[in-house]
Design a protein around this ligand. Sequence first.
Ligand code: ATP
Ligand code: MG
Length: 302
Amino acid sequence: MQKPDTIEQVQALLTAQGYVCGRALAVVVFLALRLGRPLFLEGEAGVGKTEIAKALAAGLNRRLIRLQCYEGLDASSAVYEWNFPAQMIAIRTAEAAGAADRGALQAELFSDEFLIERPLLQAMRPDEHGAPVLLIDELDRTDEPFEAFLLEALSDFQVTIPELGTIQAPEPPIVILTSNRTREVHDALKRRCLYHWVDYPDFQREVEILQARAPQASAKLSREVVAFVQALRTEDLFKKPGVAETIDWANCLLALDVIDLSPEVIADTLGAILKYQDDITKLQGSEAKRILDQARASLAPS
Ligand SMILES: Nc1ncnc2c1ncn2[C@@H]1O[C@H](COP(=O)(O)OP(=O)(O)OP(=O)(O)O)[C@@H](O)[C@H]1O
Ligand SMILES: [Mg+2]
């Protein structure tokens, strides 16, 4: 599958995967593809950052390789490791067989057979469908030394394995980095990338997302659900609901055969949208009704 030639094609490609994409996002995705630059996406939780990489890989028919970041992630977990237990077994077997050629054994022990490829190395391997999409997810969870290492890796797309030599990607992967901004990512890394802040969608776009992801929900219920969640996001909450929560909630309501929101139904299903007890407590009593009234008012034709 060829890379899209226009911004509209990017939008169509993502829409075909059920990903609703505004123009601003389509423009940076287009530029990232066109210029071969990594795309750095920041935003609140559950707004569709990870999903973009998945939709793009599926739409372009490329392999998706995901590097999930966490505290303490190091180069060996990100690039490659030698399969130490298998190497030990091979040594024992060679010893038992009385093999004498140490050089041959050493060459065998440090060959592809004993190499465990981690995501960054996998992303540099040739692929018949073209360069894969490399998703470096939740970068803010790693620490600065790893970030510095990544900066190197992203600049030349090659890895040197002392025993094997240098492996260079025939075509650089399509790189998408995401962050929830629990800490600021270093400028040097950001400078290499195109940047986009993924915001909560507006009412119309969130209704479209819901129609794409929970198509069984009626238009009326979808609009009420979205209006309520959007009203909820203006409240002073510890953790605001993302798009993921809107979809979850709609699915919960469908499972309960709800056709219309009511304060009682909301109270019963709050756990799908709010994940902190303090936030749930805030919505008890008359609060849910007040927000529902506010949401309905925003839906009323003016
Ligand atoms: N624009 C969109 N179009 C279609 N689905 C969307 C969109 N935005 C979000 N979603 C849905 O919301 C869910 C959550 O999205 P995703 O996991 O990508 O969020 P995230 O921003 O990576 O969140 P986190 O920061 O928690 O990892 C996805 O399963 C996806 O179905
Ligand atoms: Mg994510």
